[in-house]
Design a protein around this ligand. Structure first.
Ligand code: SF4
Ligand code: SF4
Length: 301
């Protein structure tokens, strides 16, 4: 079991993941009160997929029959350079390059391929923001980070600029120790959030979060929050930028996550002048495609 665990961890690093942790599937039943309260107070802010499939989210064996182990993988997206913010609109760093879902999925499938070479009979399935899987809760149990007061997963050695991938498998693996909370008395993120979305630490008020307002929400941005966006048109990194653990972040080395030259060169006047065909040209492989031209334009205006 230990040899296989070591093989998985070595291969994960070779495939470009920053770290990899393993947990035994003993369910996330301890999350039930939190999740029930979250749905009960409409914490999902109309994102209906968040309130469905609670039993599957708490019990991965209902997602993949026979799940015995959960593997969490982190991929670094902290950029080598920040796109200039002067005279510019600001987008979240995770969206600088091509959409991460396909790249993560293909590397996780490669990892599953390596595992099945050693254990051909096993079942394993990869999830990247897909399926009824509570990624951050499992990542904590797998020991690769904890959920901070900004609600994001934080790795003690490298901060929070990570994509999370989860593999469920019926393979029995030696688990790692779960991570504990290292926020301590810090509350920088709570104080820095411009919209008050972290008024209750550890519980993001989605309806006030700039990421939700600029990416997910189909409604007009509420008048009292408009002035607090401070030129952010796609996502928001403020509560990550102020987190002391992100002083430990080191730049990724993944060419696909680098911004294109046209994106680096964009300034406010270019965003304002951009039409739908210009959007399609610049963002053809980007996470911004998900939001689409019209919602992005709403943010710009
Ligand atoms: S992403 Fe921005 S708006 Fe959302 S909680 Fe963090 S600082 Fe607040
Ligand atoms: S800024 Fe401080 S309180 Fe917020 S997530 Fe980071 S360590 Fe935790």
């Amino acid at each position: 079991m230990n040899d296989l665990k070591q093989l998985i961890k070595t291969e994960a690093l070779r495939l470009g993941f920053y770290t990899c942790g393993i947990a035994r599937n003993d369910s996330l039943e301890e999350m039930r009160p939190f999740y029930t309260e979250f749905v009960g107070r409409n914490g999902h802010a109309g994102l209906e997929y968040l309130k469905t499939n609670m039993e599957k989210r708490l019990h991965p064996e209902l997602v993949l029959k026979g799940t015995r182990s959960v593997i969490a993988l982190l991929m670094n997206y902290f950029p080598p350079e920040i796109i200039p913010e002067k005279d510019n609109f600001i987008m979240a760093k995770y969206a600088y390059g091509t959409d991460y879902h396909a790249l993560m999925r293909s590397r996780m499938d490669d990892l599953i391929g390596v595992i099945t070479q050693s254990c051909p009979q096993i079942q394993a399935k990869a999830f990247v923001d897909s399926g009824a899987v509570l990624e951050k809760a499992w990542a904590r149990k797998c020991g690769v980070g904890w959920q901070g007061k900004n609600s994001l997963l934080i790795n003690k050695s490298a901060g929070s600029f990570f994509f999370i991938g989860i593999i469920l498998t019926d393979l029995e693996l030696e688990p790692d120790p779960a991570e504990t909370d290292h926020c301590g008395i810090c509350s920088r993120c709570v104080r820095a959030c411009p919209t008050g979305a972290l008024h209750t630490p550890y519980q993001l008020d989605i309806s006030r979060c700039i990421s939700y307002l600029t990416i997910e929400s189909k409604e007009e941005i509420p008048a009292d929050l408009k002035s607090k966006l401070n030129d952010r048109i796609f996502g928001c990194d403020i509560c990550q930028d102020v987190c002391p653990y992100n002083r430990l972040a080191s730049p990724h080395q993944i060419p696909e996550f680098l911004p294109s030259k046209p994106l680096i060169d964009m300034r406010k006047k270019d965003w304002i002048a951009m039409d739908e065909s210009g959007f399609d040209r610049i963002f053809s492989d980007s996470a911004l495609k998900r939001t689409g031209f019209h919602r992005l334009r709403r943010g710009i205006l």
